[in-house]
Design a protein around this ligand. Structure first.
Ligand code: PEP
Length: 248
């Protein structure tokens, strides 16, 4: 039985005040999460503060990205070891915004996945197709290619050390959620693809859905057989909206 995970990706949002209010609100309402694991991914600079605020709680902490490098002359990068030291358990890798805005390639994502995993972080690997790729019937090819890059880097057993997030790019921040059936179809494709290599890993790996999840659609999505929770953007920015998903 896989545990449901709800992870909030705050992206480039917040201030010290906003984030203190948000974390306090989440902690106050956490009792309704009934068995779900919950995590938040603040901007890098706020991670130490959020780590302090979360001390003694069950809410996990993650980063929105991570360097594939450990140390050295890599201006602007933050290593997995640094994230571990400051209290992170998770690092998102391959978010579609990293891929589309910052030109991150499948191999870059795979290297970040490996670096995060090797440091004992749980990588949250984002995969998903663009609207034109869905419309041309390429969803499975795109998701398979993105997964294969990671499998090439860490082996199928490496997937057991992470979490996969299926995030159709056309559903991110658009208010257009994939239907539970559309999402389930891709989640099942991912699990079957992993099962062809290793049935134990396939059974174990959590596959989250991301893309305009909110308190009104989360329960239906999370009820699908292969959907093990959500990666939440916009609706993770207020405690009310985030808790509505955590308690769905
Ligand atoms: C995301 O960016 O990972 C995401 C799922 O965003 P939103 O929930 O706003 O669609």
């Amino acid at each position: 039985m896989r545990q449901t995970l709800v992870a909030g990706n705050w992206k480039l949002n917040g201030s010290i005040d906003d984030i203190q209010t948000l974390v306090k609100g989440i902690l106050d309402g956490m009792s309704g999460a009934n068995g779900k694991a919950v995590a938040v991914c603040p901007p890098y600079v706020y991670i130490p503060m959020v780590s302090e605020l979360l001390k003694g709680s069950e809410v996990g902490l993650g980063a929105q990205d991570v360097s594939e490098q450990s140390s050295g002359a890599f201006t602007g990068e933050v290593s997995p070891e640094m994230l571990k030291e400051i209290g992170c358990q998770y690092a998102i890798v391959g978010h579609s915004e990293r891929r589309s805005i910052y030109g991150e390639l499948d191999t870059d994502t795979a290297n970040k996945y490996k670096a995060a995993m090797d440091s004992g972080l749980t990588p949250i690997l984002c995969v998903g197709e663009l609207l034109e790729e869905r419309e041309s019937g390429d969803t499975e090819n795109v998701v398979a290619r993105q997964l294969d890059a990671v499998i090439d880097a860490v082996g199928v057993e490496g997937l057991a050390a992470g979490v996969i997030a299926y995030e159709p790019v056309w559903a991110i921040g658009t208010g257009k959620t994939a239907s539970p059936e559309q999402a389930q179809d891709v989640h099942a494709f991912i699990r079957n693809k992993v099962a062809q290599l290793d049935t134990v890993v396939a059974e174990k790996v959590q596959i989250l859905y991301g893309g305009s999840v909110n308190g009104g659609n989360a329960a239906e999505l999370f009820a699908m057989e292969d959907i093990d929770g959500g990666l939440i953007g916009g609706a993770s920015l207020t405690s009310e909206a985030f808790l509505a998903i955590c308690t769905a």
